[in-house]
Write a protein of this length. Sequence first.
Length: 191
Amino acid sequence: MKTRILTAALLTLMLLPAISKAQNSNEKNLATIRQHYTSAMNMLQLKSDPEYPAKDKIVITSDEMWPGSGQHNGKMEIFFGLDLNQENDEIQRFPRFARYTYNIGSQDYYYEVLYIDEDNGKPETNKPIFFYAKTKDYNGKIHECRYYWWNEKLIQYIPADDTEMVPSAEDAMKAAKMIFQIATMNDLWNY
């Protein structure tokens, strides 16, 4: 019995540095994500100025009548950086931040996606790092959640009080990747 307790204690002591290192790494990555989010908000503030020449954004809107739920309106804004692709001399877009609002009936939805581009313009290094969802239900109650990713792995999740009212981590990542694909459709946006 004493041997088992001693073995368990030694094993725990051996694992503590690895756990601590992972926790410190996640805290550093969370700080980086928050710093990028602050930069994105500053960028949006700057680009909202009517005197600012180029907005570097794609806006997609929808205005539809859905059977059973009525008027459906959506608006997706994708803010991006630009780079010149040296291989084919075409402009290449890489998303930095996106926001999407839409409704289904009287329910309102709002999403934000933040991307990081560690290699300035190479699509393979551009990854989603943050997803925010806010939903207003039929009763007017607000439900929010936040997902933080690093290298496409969930490192922190701040859950909603009702998880059925917000996308899952998997659905949030799918939405972030879909927005990335829209922004990087160079054949569509360059002609």
